[in-house]
Design a protein around this ligand. Structure first.
Ligand code: TPP
Length: 370
């Protein structure tokens, strides 16, 4: 195992002290260490991984320094365009150090959404012409080699991080400021929406909690599209679904996911019919992967959603307000509800036991009957 603080200190020693990225569960300790030790302007938590490549590129142009971009391998897809059309040697040739968490590494058990991504991670980098090293205990030599490569070739290079590479680094705990937790908000939502309606929920613990709430209620899972991957695309999936049915479709999103591809929500509301309902669970953080902050509490999301075209936007901070918000959403759509919750989740939270494909099949069967 690599001592997280010592790894961070060594990056700093090599003047690798400008960080930008989207947090990842495998990089949780490293992200926490960066957050605790770096000045705030030197650790930008980007809306998506493609933006992170853009930020590191701009930083290099004005300083000549190499930015460090951290991400989960799920985010590699978001970086393909800026890596190939901006940083690439055939375009601007911009060096940066990519630190990529390797979920779904072959041979390591992981969730369905990570298996394929894990299998193709190295070949994706190969296809993009990006050199990589798989991080090991000899990390000082590896960082030196990356610095030399970036200086000589002027190109991005990646360090691939296997599960369990870093020692634990305690994250900064946020103090509770609201009245309810995400799971309580989800319970209220599920008990208030019409039995005949459908849910499309975002990746991370939101979908895991919804799965467990349905289990507890003995309700089955065919009405919930638990988007296990595809962060930021939940509203688009919900829009597509809502255009093919008259049933109400409740999209349940997270603030990190909302921010990742915000434009999709504006497009959704423009194209949506009455049955599209957007619910944003805002905890101001990427809670599912370690609680790194988002700008979810800094933006006036009520007014953003109104400006996007949602005629009705409700806010809730208690279970009673959630219930009222859902009642209003039912008959006035397309509408939106923002629920402000505290960060946190149960330690014993499980994972869906129905596979994504089975989940989809069960839902399609149900749609055929209505
Ligand atoms: C493209 C992509 N980047 C990063 C991740 C890793 N990831 C999974 S859940 C999550 C946080 C989601 O935050 P939010 O939507 O606010 O929900 P919360 O976890 O706070 O409930 C992240 C970053 C991912 N799955 N996909």
């Amino acid at each position: 195992m690599i001592n997280t603080q010592e790894f961070y200190d060594y990056l700093n020693k090599k003047e690798l002290n400008f960080f930008v990225g989207v947090p990842d569960s495998l990089l949780k300790s490293l992200c926490s260490c960066i957050r605790a030790n770096s000045p705030i302007q030197n650790n930008i938590i980007a809306a998506n991984e493609g933006n992170a490549i853009g930020i590191a590129s701009g930083y290099h142009v004005s300083t000549g320094k190499f930015g460090v971009v951290y991400m989960q391998n799920s985010g590699l897809g978001n970086t393909v365009n800026p890596l190939l059309s901006l940083a690439d040697e055939d375009v601007y040739r911009i060096p940066m150090l990519l630190i990529i968490g390797w979920r779904g590494q072959p041979g390591v058990k992981d969730e369905p959404q990570h298996v394929k991504q894990g299998k193709v991670t190295l070949s994706l980098l190969d296809a993009m012409g990006i050199e990589y090293l798989i991080l090991d205990n000899d990390y000082k030599r590896q960082i030196n080699a990356c610095c030399q490569y970036m200086a000589e070739k002027g190109k991005p290079i990646a360090l691939i991080v296997k599960k369990g590479s870093f020692t634990e680094y305690k994250s900064i705990k946020s103090s509770p400021i609201y009245n309810i937790m995400r799971e309580e908000a989800l319970e209220s939502i599920i008990s208030c929406i019409e039995e005949q309606s459908f849910i499309v929920s975002t990746t991370g613990k939101t979908s895991r909690e919804i799965f467990e709430i349905r289990e507890k209620k003995g309700q089955g899972h065919a009405r919930d599209f638990l988007t296990v991957g595809s962060m930021g695309h939940t509203a688009s999936i919900a829009l597509g679904m809502s255009l093919g049915t008259d049933k109400n479709i409740y999209c349940i999103d997270g603030d990190g996911s909302f921010l990742m591809h915000m434009g999709g929500i504006g497009v959704a509301v423009k194209a949506a019919r009455e049955n599209f309902k957007y619910i944003l669970i805002n905890n101001g953080a990427h809670e599912s992967v370690g609680g790194q902050p988002t700008i979810g509490f800094d933006l006036d999301i009520e007014n953003i959603l109104k400006a996007m075209g949602f005629g009705n936007v409700y806010s809730a901070t208690t279970k009673e307000q959630v219930a009222k918000g859902i009642e209003s959403l039912k008959n006035n759509g397309p509408g939106a509800l923002i629920v402000y919750v505290n960060q946190g989740s149960r330690d014993d939270l499980g994972r869906p036991t129905v596979s994504p494909e089975q989940n989809k099949k069960d839902m399609m069967k149900l749609f055929e009957t209505i």
